[in-house]
Design a protein around this ligand. Structure first.
Ligand SMILES: [Zn+2]
Length: 196
């Protein structure tokens, strides 16, 4: 097992050589550009699925029951024949106590979409069974973009997505946690500068 120890040591040294990783491990650290404590930045939300909607497609939630054609609301989206709902993913962060809250969109079949919509407007109770979904946003640095998920419906909360494909990088992020490198990449992608 000597080679394993050696590899581990090299990895540890490589990690601590990057000051950005030390910053992430330090409680109370803040972003250099906006001064926000880092833990306040551990969320990212996409306002729409990755489809070419226009500003005129935006409505409030009730419109999903009355409007035909393409539509985007805070919780629902219809684009051509494709149907999406706003979800969340909770991603652990390696070496930190917080989780990263990812607001994203997931596709649904017509039946599952109608069931969720009917429950949403009836009493807010969740549909009883989870549904199959494809995540409909592209996460920076996470390939391939298509990820098969299970959508779990929750009372009073947006549905939660769980990656089904255990060969996909996002599956490992959901089970093992976001690596500091990926997290820094996401924060930089949002315009922050967690590099000190
Ligand atoms: Zn910032």
């Amino acid at each position: 097992m000597r080679w394993l120890k050696k590899v581990t040591r090299v990895f540890e040294r490589a990690e601590s050589a990057d000051p950005r990783l030390d910053l992430l491990a330090r409680p109370g650290a803040s972003c250099a550009c906006c001064g926000e404590p880092l833990e306040n930045l551990f969320s990212l939300a996409f306002i729409a699925p990755n489809v070419p909607l226009t500003e005129k497609d935006q409505h409030n939630n009730c419109a999903v029951q009355t409007e035909a054609g393409n539509i985007l609301t805070p919780d629902f989206c219809r684009f051509s024949d494709d149907l999406f709902v706003r979800c969340v993913m909770n991603l652990p962060i390696r070496g930190r106590p917080e989780t990263f809250l990812l607001g994203c969109w997931g596709s649904l079949s017509k039946e599952s979409f109608q069931s969720y919509r009917d429950h949403f407007f009836a009493d807010g109770s969740p549909p009883p069974l989870p549904a199959f979904s494809w995540i409909a946003n592209h996460l920076p640095g996470v390939e391939p973009t298509m990820v098969a998920c299970e959508m779990v419906f929750r009372p009073e909360l947006r549905p939660e997505l769980f990656v089904l494909d255990d060969t996909h990088p996002l599956y490992r992020i959901q089970t093992d946690g976001l690596s500091p490198q990926t997290l820094i990449g996401w924060l930089e992608n949002m315009g922050h500068r967690p590099t000190g």
